[in-house]
Design a protein around this ligand. Sequence first.
Ligand SMILES: CC(=O)SCCNC(=O)CCNC(=O)[C@H](O)C(C)(C)COP(=O)(O)OP(=O)(O)OC[C@H]1O[C@@H](n2cnc3c(N)ncnc32)[C@H](O)[C@@H]1OP(=O)(O)O
Ligand SMILES: N[C@@H](CCO)C(=O)O
Length: 398
Amino acid sequence: MDWQLSDDAQFLSAVPASRLVDHTPVPTTGAWRPGDDPGERRFARIGDVEVEAGGTIRGAVLAYETWGELSPARDNAVLVLHALTGDSHVRGPAGSGHATSGWWEEVVGPGLAIDTDRFHVVAPNMLGGCQGSTGPATPAPDGREWGSRFPRVTVRDQVEAQRRLADALGIERWHAVVGGSMGGMHALEWAIAHPDRVGSTALLASNAATSADQIATNALQIEAVTTDPGWLGGDFYDLPGHAGPARGLALARRMAMLGYRSQHELNERFERAWQSSVDPLAGGRFQVESYLDVHGNRFVRRFDAGSYVRLVDAMSTHDVGRGRGGVEAALARVSSPTLVVGISSDRLFPVADQQRLAAGVPTSVSGPEPIVLESGFGHDGFLIERDRVADLLAPLLG
Ligand SMILES: CC(=O)SCCNC(=O)CCNC(=O)[C@H](O)C(C)(C)COP(=O)(O)OP(=O)(O)OC[C@H]1O[C@@H](n2cnc3c(N)ncnc32)[C@H](O)[C@@H]1OP(=O)(O)O
Ligand SMILES: N[C@@H](CCO)C(=O)O
């Protein structure tokens, strides 16, 4: 059956690709000051970033949000790192002007596990992203979007950008660094590359080195985007009437959703149900197809295809052992108490990945085995089972 265009996707043809990303002008940035609005997005100029694979991102900027007061000793800061297509909007506090709620409302906030009455929470949007940080859709110094000129970035480059943000904010040492999925890759890289700057670490549904199985699914998604005729080699921005590789990006998201949710959940939730009264054999659709369409189409409206390709590629090249004598040698460098959590039904980052982490990190708080969250929601469990994730994080944060 042909790909179904929902009303959402038809609307897209009228939206120039560059409008899908955030081009908020960059205001002057300084360290946090008492009275700064919680949850107000701010921007740090982090200078020219020379990336591992070669190339320089000139005049890079990281967008970030903060909640809670930074103590006079600057020793209560917690770094919260988002996953592949997340952003800095961890929560949407009353009075901040945000219409939408954040992705970890039940985890970060007053009196919650990451208690904003006690901690100063910093959440950046990763380098290469499209929610305020410099990425392919951002204008380069010459005023044109970076597009295909935006270099390949790695998890290490992204952590280097975060290190510069920490310096800009005057935070010498994080009380904790917390991340899920790709955010967990960043958290682990912090603990390995900057052990003296990390008080404790939480790695949720993450890994030490991306496996062949994960690289394979990433490669197919990149191919789905870059073989869309609208990709134009990555230089599809601001062309009149051109929506960019919307169909390829939606297809990539639909593929990705299969890894984010478990077989059991999809089977239980949708069974073989039809989306309408029309039998799929007679041209109707199964409910699960409609579900994937909705998520694919929605995604295209909020995410830049150029960023997607660069960030998925960054996940594929993730290997903490590169140049460090292998994964186990790198994990042995971690010296902060580290919480390793896997999700029982995760088919994308299976529990074996977290077993390798827990076995290799000498300071794993659960010893050589990870904590396994029994959940049917699959990989996205760390975004869905928020109360249970909060219960696991609370002891680590003290
Ligand atoms: C740290 C970070 O990564 S932050 C970024 C994470 N966020 C994202 O990835 C955004 C995309 N969203 C998601 O992936 C998910 O919504 C999650 C993981 C955040 C939460 O999952 P859930 O609450 O279980 O949402 P779920 O995947 O079931 O989707 C629900 C939507 O599917 C729709 N849906 C369900 N069945 C169907 C169907 N048969 N046909 C069409 N749509 C359907 C529902 O109507 C609902 O839409 P609504 O949001 O307008 O109410
Ligand atoms: N739903 C998450 C899963 C990746 O870990 C995201 O898109 O960021």
